[in-house]
Design a binder for this molecule. Sequence first.
Ligand SMILES: [Zn+2]
Ligand SMILES: [Zn+2]
Length: 371
Amino acid sequence: MTAQHDPSAAAGSVDAEPVVPDTMTAALLQEFGHLDVARVPTPSPGPGEVLCRVQACGICGTDLKIVRGDYAGTWPPSLPFVIGHEWSGVVSALGPGTERSGLRVGDRIVAENHTGCSACAMCRAGRYNLCERVREPGFKLYGHTAPGALAEYAVRPAVALHKIPEGVDPAAAALVNQGALTVHAARRVSLTAGATVAVFGPGLLGLLMLQVARASGAATTVVVGRGSRLQTATELGASHVVDYEHEGPVDGVRAATGGRGVDAVFDCSGNPDVLAQAVAATRRGGSVAVLGLAGGARAEIPVDALALDELNLFGVRSSPNAYPAMLALLASGAVRTEPLTADRFMLEDVHAAFGALAARTSIRPIVLPTK
Ligand SMILES: [Zn+2]
Ligand SMILES: [Zn+2]
């Protein structure tokens, strides 16, 4: 069969997957505070599972905290452990019972990090990001409680995988995990055409949120932050930027909307102090969506404004049913990733990748496991 007549070629497959080796290179967390680049046995897919060859894996702030031991005993439950949950790859082998998955060896894929239990009330309502059985034994949150993808290979349930459209490169696809979170956020606040939006925190999440908000119809987009990341925000389409080192964030957002305030604020900052600013920057009847985590910190909210202005306050967790939309936005060019994936590291240099993230010199270090 020629490539032209092979339907899998049109779906973004690669030819001739290499033979799977018995051992693989992985960034192994053997003791907290340090990753070892080590050889470990290549995992094999069980029933309903698929073995994937990793092509790109981003590392994020949560990974830094896991390595440091901030969630020791939970994420991960024990050592040694392989982290990594923002990645893309290629199907290398299909486990038993995956015949009807629609997947084939060679398919390029991204993976959700859990699929829920499919039985609890939240899962049955399609809100599997809120699965009520996450703390029960056997629940797998990949990269957190089950092996991640900062390695040459990773095993995932077939139902967690989504095929990558043609034209979306592996590093861009590694951003789908975070991008899908912003798609979920846009859906939570029901963004409509012509909306006015503010994004607080122009890290990877905020810069994806900006673009997904625009793709969802936002006409005015104000990004609040500081330094060079605001230039990236402008490059990626922000209509206004507010540098909080030079201007009050609430005044800046209100000035961009004729004093009225925005329809929706997306807080991607992870800074608990931002929540009060977000409330103050929102128009009457508008919405505030919280995407960033604050490490257990508390925030003050002006209660009267919340009640008297009938503001909507949304928590946003994970990305239920949002991977296909994010992949489509990448394929269409509506979301651009090249300024966000420029920092690449080989798996052997994983320490440099973590160093760049910790020092904030990289928005998102992308680790490439294969030479
Ligand atoms: Zn992450
Ligand atoms: Zn469930």
